[in-house]
Design a protein around this ligand. Structure first.
Ligand code: G6P
Length: 320
């Protein structure tokens, strides 16, 4: 964050001014970076800006781009082939291109009119973890400058506080190590987090997982809930997610709540509770992600899996 008022100040101010000038913002990304961009949409909406995000590989068919659009690519490597292809298309439509990257001088950075770096340092393991956190922090800082009322001062301390729950998370991981399917539900800004935790469960813990909107449960997934089916519920003060969680509980689901709320209903319905010290929505998204990352790490460890190098996956996907 410090770099945004020092070494990267010019670029930061330019991105913010482009966002303010453009008719709409369309993020484009893949994998974990896509989940960060979904949060970016949420934050920009809170700042009153028009924004959406699209998966890079489907960009050409689902985007409506013109000269008044600002396309923001979010990418750790800056080399994802689908993303490069999407940006070529955006450029052909006359859109301005901005990017949020980790790797400097990468192809995406070179294709951009303006690019800002998350400065997360080299990320060696296949699973994107620290890059996701830093992407989200940068998107928060951009949204804050556009008018989102959010306090970012205590974020790093708050993130460290998640490790107070490490013992509890380890216990839960032990009990989940043999699970075949895990569902994660969230609403609002917890929805992208649910998707991100599911992705991590698949890629490093080799567990089938679905991260979804709490409100969509009743349209299909509820049929899969049996006695003991694990469901992780991300509860950040939204009362609707509590009712969604109760619906799961009523069907015998095993509830693991990740929450910053002190609420008797949550304690009563949850089999396990991981409490995080998030003071606002923005920090909830980061702290809940870190709790999920730790959980998936410990499940993978229980199963003796190659955490840094999961099978069949690559750090940078340079094919279509
Ligand atoms: C690969 C990586 C993921 C990453 C995705 C997008 O699938 O294994 O961790 O989220 O590519 O990569 P990018 O470098 O564009 O963020």
């Amino acid at each position: 964050i410090n770099s945004l008022s020092t070494t990267q100040k010019d670029r930061f101010d330019k991105i913010v001014s482009l966002i303010k000038k453009s008719h709409k913002v369309v993020f484009v990304a893949a994998g974990t970076s896509y989940h960060a961009s979904l949060l970016g949409v949420y934050f920009l909406h809170k700042a009153g800006r028009e924004a959406q995000t699209l998966i890079a590989s489907e960009f050409r068919d689902y985007a409506n781009i013109d000269e008044d659009t600002l396309v923001i690519a979010v990418t750790q490597s800056g080399e994802t082939m689908d993303l490069i292809d999407a940006l070529k298309y955006a450029r052909s439509k006359g859109a301005k291109i901005a990017s949020v990257v980790n790797v400097p001088y990468s192809t995406v950075q070179r294709m951009s009119n303006i690019s800002i770096e998350i400065l997360a340092g080299q990320e060696i393991c296949v699973a994107a973890t620290k890059s996701f956190i830093n992407q989200v922090i940068l998107l928060l800082a951009i949204a804050k400058d556009c008018g989102y009322d959010v306090d970012l001062d205590k974020l790093s301390e708050d993130i460290k506080s998640v490790f107070r729950s490490e013992g509890k998370i380890k216990e839960i991981a032990h009990s989940l190590a043999n699970s075949k399917d895990i569902y994660i539900i969230g609403r609002g800004l917890s929805y992208p987090v649910a998707r991100e935790i599911a992705l991590k469960l698949k890629e490093i813990s080799y567990v089938h997982a679905e991260g979804m909107m709490g409100g969509e449960l009743k349209h299909g997934t509820l049929a899969l809930i049996e006695e003991g089916t694990p469901v992780i519920s991300l509860i950040n003060g939204n009362t609707d997610i509590i009712s969604n969680t109760m619906e799961v509980k009523a069907r015998g689901g095993r509830i693991i709540a990740i929450t910053n709320q002190e609420n008797k209903n949550i304690e009563d319905m949850a089999d396990d509770v991981v409490t995080i010290a998030a003071e606002n929505d923005a920090s909830f998204s980061l702290l809940a992600t870190v709790a999920g990352q730790l959980l998936t790490y410990y499940i993978a460890k229980e199963k003796n899996l190659p955490i840094d190098k999961p099978r069949n996956l690559a750090k940078s996907v340079t094919v279509k």
